[in-house]
Design a protein around this ligand. Sequence first.
Ligand code: 6CS
Ligand code: FE
Length: 297
Amino acid sequence: MDTRIEDSYPTRITGEPKPIERLDPTVWGGESDGPIDAASLASHDAKGFSIIEGLLSPAEVQAYWQDLVHLTRDEDFKSDQRVITEKSSGEVRSIFEMHKISPLIGELVRDPRILDRARQILGSDVYIHQSRVNYMPGFRGTGFYWHSDFETWHAEDGMPKPRAVSCSIALTDNYPFNGGLMVMPGSQRTFLPCVGETPDDNYKSSLKEQKIGLPDEHEITKLAAECGIEQFTGPAGSALWFDSNIMHGSGNNITPYPRSNIFLVFSSVENTLGEPYAATTRRPEFIGARDFTPVVR
Ligand code: 6CS
Ligand code: FE
């Protein structure tokens, strides 16, 4: 009997990658399932992302920012495996599992302004797949090349479907010139398989600089021509909700202004992780959580 699990989104392949049309919805809930009105829900469904200015107040953001500054100043904490440093400068690039490290962020995931939107978009109870802060420091902050998060979460964490959504909250002002996140509107409806086998312990290098799981330039060019490119900019406290499979990336930051954002990744309790679809071993749980307990207020 063929025990291989059915894989609707094969990736990390050899040979010629062919785009796959997404089989799954972008928005799973309806207007009556939460705070997002019908027009905003329809726009998120079409574009795969939505922006809410002022989701958090400046005072709230200041508290989260202080938490982050305190953490990045703690030399001992820098040796924690959840802290990813910049390849060149050694400065903090990301801190994972922030919802467990920071009680404030642990509360934020339960905040109705966040939780109710995640449940509405995913149309079910939700669990936290991953949380992180991407610090993107000034002068030497390096970006993230074009990619789909779902491609990695499917290949390396065993996430079956793109029934997950990220909420990126700006802790500092996000400008076009300090590494603001770029997205291709509507690209979430196309799954781009990537060529190349997943190396063992790939996460030890991919979180510093992703080399595997990147679509080829020809496919990125076609997608950009079809979808265009938009950018998330806005004052601290603004939030970008984006689909797990939207093509996105960010440039380097050589300005004096850090572009530090919290990322909270919600997945549906109908979309729990199995075995990796294209990797030999699971990634650590601080990257791909395996506690599928629904987040409740
Ligand atoms: O591998 C991951 O889970 C991470 N990599 C990227 C480039 N974005 C999503 C996530 O933080
Ligand atoms: Fe990403």
